[in-house]
Design a protein. Structure first.
Length: 442
């Protein structure tokens, strides 16, 4: 139930999405909140379903509470995704306090695999013309064949799960089984005939009109009536875009393995620093993708890692690698952690970005100062005394010359010379053996 390809077009689209969501976040922040119950919150579930979708869906429920809308409209167009993420989304739908209306849209789109399962859980489901639904047979994350025993276990578990959903929503039990066991897929009209969805419409307005006034079962088997109103769009923001890019299943797997390799390199080659920093950050992000950390706790872990790296920069000569890595970790962690819909507070980008830029600038400055000292003549060592002039303060003749003490810049040093020297003779330092200076007459 996973599938996504990472190419240059996706990277370009993601980068463009970041720019658009930054603009959108400022526009939304500047617009007043309206406490109107006659409304419907709209979101779009597209692309591969994963941890970013779960986080986006949960925040939608919180946003809908804040807006006070009567229902939530979910526009679905997905090839599928993580089975575990799908379970979490279905759990949120079943425990929702307001009806969730799911529509496969636009024309030409589909609710494949995980999308078909989510569709069965929605209080009211529908599809626009020229769409299709189904093909929910579980497969491994890499798309290869699973061991037979494991496959049976997952199939039986998924079938029983979908049977419960179709029974609750009074939809086709047969279709629910066949999309799992036979990877069955149907176009919208055929799915309606078989009772897999509730309606086939031409657009979302027609679907909202169809859903208006229908009686549905909400959480705790409580019945309610669907109410709709003007749409209030809660689009994917910067947080969703970043999390979605970093937690793509294939990218997350490569990131996890690459992070382990970088950490191993740092352990076997201590002092390189950059591989260790990148590996630590990548390991946390990959754990978020694998559902071992949720997005909020993952954000906290990244912030703490960033603070540790920036503090360590003051004690370890890393030429800014620790500091810059800490600033990046702090930025990504801040985007993951602070969410007004969940926590009731947030730190705006106009605060986060300048803070990170100042930290990064300070670390770059320290790195530049450290790097600029390379090639400069060192001071304070015995080698730096060569060529200096001193005065003999005490001497003793020896078979191979003279030894004794000289005064140099207010300091007293031992010396040796192959020449015969006397008190107050001026000498020049030509060599040293440890702290013993070799001199000759100046």
């Amino acid at each position: 139930m996973r599938g996504c390809r990472l190419d240059r077009s996706m990277i370009f689209a993601t980068t463009l999405g970041w720019v658009m969501t930054i603009i959108g976040s400022f526009v939304e922040a500047s617009s007043p909140e309206h406490d109107s119950h006659q409304c419907t919150t709209q979101i779009e579930v597209s692309g591969t379903i994963g941890p970013a979708t779960v986080d986006y869906f949960e925040r939608t429920l919180e946003k809908n509470k804040k807006w006070g809308c009567q229902s939530i409209l979910v526009l679905i167009n997905t090839p599928g995704g993580s089975l575990q993420s799908t379970r979490l989304i279905v759990e949120s739908i079943l425990n929702s306090e307001v009806p969730i209306l799911c529509l496969v849209s636009p024309s030409g789109g589909h609710a494949g695999s995980a999308g078909a399962i989510i569709l069965q859980a929605c209080h009211v489901s529908g599809a626009v013309t020229a769409t299709n639904i189904g093909a929910a047979t579980p497969v491994s994350g890499m798309g290869d064949q699973m061991p037979e025993d494991l496959r049976k276990k997952i199939l039986n578990d998924t079938i029983s799960w979908i049977e419960g959903l179709t029974r609750l929503r009074q939809r086709s039990k047969k279709f629910g089984e066949e999309i799992v066991t036979e990877a069955k897929a149907l176009d919208a009209h055929e799915a309606l005939k078989q009772g897999a969805i509730d309606a086939v419409v031409h657009d979302r307005s027609e679907f909202l009109t169809f859903a208006q006034g229908r009686e549905v079962v909400l959480n705790s088997s409580r019945k309610g009536v669907v109410g709709t109103g003007p749409l209030r769009i809660f689009g994917p923001d910067l947080r969703y875009t970043v999390v979605d890019f970093l937690t793509d299943p294939q990218f997350a797997y490569l990131l996890f393995m690459g992070s382990l390799a970088l950490l191993y390199f740092e352990i076997t080659h201590p002092g390189v620093i950059v591989p260790g920093v990148a590996g630590a950050m990548g390991l946390i992000v990959s754990l978020i993708s694998f559902h071992k950390l949720n997005v909020t706790w993952g954000g906290l872990a990244l912030i703490l890692l960033g603070l540790i790296l920036m503090v360590t920069e003051a004690f370890v000569p890393s030429f800014g690698a620790l500091g810059i890595g800490g600033a990046v970790s702090f930025l990504v962690g801040s985007l993951f952690l602070f969410d007004i819909e969940k926590s009731g507070y947030t730190i705006p980008l106009v605060t986060i970005l300048p803070t990170v830029l100042i930290c990064a600038g300070a670390m770059l400055g320290l790195a530049w100062l450290a790097f600029s000292t390379r090639g400069l003549k060192r001071s304070g060592t015995t080698a730096d005394l060569i060529g200096e002039t001193a005065v003999v303060t005490a001497f003793e003749s020896t078979p191979d010359g003279t030894k004794g003490f000289i005064e140099l810049k207010g300091e007293t040093w031992k010396f040796h010379s192959k020449q015969d020297l006397k008190r107050n003779d001026r000498v020049r330092i030509i060599h040293h053996k440890g702290l013993l200076l070799e001199v000759e007459k100046s």
